[in-house]
Design a protein around this ligand. Structure first.
Ligand SMILES: C[C@@]1(C(=O)O)OC[C@H]2O[C@@H](O)[C@H](O)[C@@H](O)[C@H]2O1
Length: 466
């Protein structure tokens, strides 16, 4: 890969830090939601997670030993603003200053996500992302982070996976605020997130901060199961609602007409002011990159029943079979495909095809793969974590990125999810993604997996042999 291509790995504050109530941190919506019985897998929560808050120096040193070039992590908003806005918690800023300095000490490029789902509970209680005031509070939080860390952080992601925290928050109820079936609320929250993103981008550029800024979206390209007209229609519909609705307002500065028309006809179009639509239009070209979180494609067909998307945690873990919110299509498993233990299809081929689809629609926009990895129950043989399946998965997907770059797609970096084993929102500590194992039965001791050594070699050779 080119010398300026970044090989990285990622994490997220609520999933790694722990210290949920230390050093002045305020409550997040996940601190509260995860303690409602039955909401999470085996009632797991991030009170301790993997204690990155206290062990970050050890973790960063391990990342440096791997030769990691960049570490993507998120900032816990309630650690900086305990009430979401108002007073800043200096100890919160201090933690992230120390984390950033530790990365730089090891020549690891910090790649910072501002919002990775842990909303201050004080804001959730006032309506969360349905309330426009949350947009104002986010912009203040973003500006505080730009001012505090912008002298050393040169890469910023505003939001991680809006489709997930909005759909699971308002359609399936599997994420806070745990609402099911509020379709208009779902679309309204996505619009508020896009406005918050655009305002943060404009502020970043107007204040002349050095570096680049973008957003990370799920990339889950839809493919029809066959050439039947009704299933090809399902493919178009799925891509319009699950990809174009999210990427167009960011990269084109306007919403996809097909979805706008459909929502208008159903009375589901979000409340959008002309000023907000002008903001999206004028800031689209200010985006420096788009972050893709790719794990698998979706195989779709016409939904031949009256059923619509079902709620609950089990229906929200990405397993195929759930109809779309409007019942138009459904995802299915196919006999000739390969799946993970959580029934996510493994397809580097669809990844490559999908990257070309994005280039065709959005042009030569810079792309970072901000997440890609295998969630698995890793085999332990004679005390060693022999995660061959993860090595095979990541090898195939980095090869797809190499091919995309060779074919002219502007991919600037690859961040494996995840640097270290961490808490899964809906799968607890069972579904693991890390290069570094965390032994929950032994004081959260860290241990290098087989994939740790494999990725170290990939980075050292810049994937030349793939
Ligand atoms: C749903 C799930 C999973 O647990 O497999 O998808 C992959 C990955 O996406 C990330 O953005 C989440 O922060 C992380 O927790 C993971 O979440």
């Amino acid at each position: 890969m080119p010398n300026n291509f970044l090989f990285g790995a990622a994490s997220a504050s609520y999933q790694v830090e722990g210290a949920w109530n230390e050093d002045g941190k305020g409550l997040s919506n996940w601190d509260v939601f995860s303690k409602i019985p039955g909401k999470t897998f085996e009632d797991t929560n991030g009170d301790v997670a993997v204690d990155h808050y206290h062990r970050y120096k050890e973790d960063i040193a391990l990342m440096a030993e791997m030769g990691l070039e960049s570490y993507r992590f998120s900032i816990s908003w309630p650690r900086v603003f305990p009430n979401g806005t108002g007073e800043v918690n200096e100890k919160g800023l201090e933690f992230y200053n120390n984390l950033i300095d530790e990365c730089l000490k090891h020549n690891i490029v910090p790649f910072v996500t501002l919002y990775h789902w842990d909303l201050p509970q004080a804001l959730e209680e006032k309506g969360g992302w349905k309330n426009p005031e949350t947009v104002d509070a986010f912009v203040r939080f973003a500006d505080t982070c730009f001012q505090s860390f912008g002298d050393r952080v040169r890469h910023w992601i505003t939001f991680n996976e809006a489709v997930i925290f909005c759909s699971l928050g308002y359609l399936t109820g599997a994420h806070p605020p745990g609402i099911e079936g509020d379709v208009k609320g779902y679309f309204q929250t996505t619009h508020h997130v896009f406005v918050a993103h655009a305002r943060a981008v404009e502020l970043f550029k107007q204040n002349g901060y050095v570096g680049e800024i973008g957003i990370t979206h799920v990339f889950n390209p839809a493919f029809s199961i066959d050439d039947a007209e009704e299933n090809k229609f399902a493919e178009m519909h799925a891509n319009a609602y699950s990809t174009h609705w999210f990427y167009d307002p960011i990269l084109k500065g306007e919403y996809p007409a097909y979805v706008v028309k459909g929502l208008e006809e159903q009375g589901l179009l979000p409340d959008m002011t002309d000023e907000e639509l002008d903001l999206l239009k004028r800031t689209a070209s200010m985006n420096d990159f788009i972050g893709l979180n790719y794990y698998s494609p979706q195989r779709v067909m016409k939904n031949d029943s009256a059923l619509v998307m079902a709620g609950g945690r089990e229906n929200s873990t990405g397993r195929p079979g759930n109809p779309s919110f409007d019942g138009v299509y459904k995802t299915v498993m196919m006999d000739d495909k390969v799946y993970t233990k959580w029934a996510w299809e493994i397809s580097p081929e669809a990844f490559l095809d999908g990257m070309h689809m994005l280039k065709d629609r959005y042009g030569d926009v810079k792309i970072y793969i901000t997440e890609n990895g295998l969630g698995d129950v890793d085999p332990i043989v004679d005390g060693e974590i022999v995660d061959d399946a993860r090595i095979e998965y990541i090898e195939g997907h980095i090869r797809a990125v190499k091919h995309a770059v060779e074919q002219g797609v502007n991919v600037a970096g690859y961040y494996a999810w995840s640097a270290i084993d961490l808490l899964s929102w809906l799968n607890g500590y069972k579904k693991q993604y890390g290069f570094i194992y965390v032994d929950h039965a032994n004081g959260l001791a860290r241990k290098k997996k087989k994939s740790f050594y494999w990725y170290k070699d990939i980075i050292a050779t810049r994937a030349e042999n793939l």
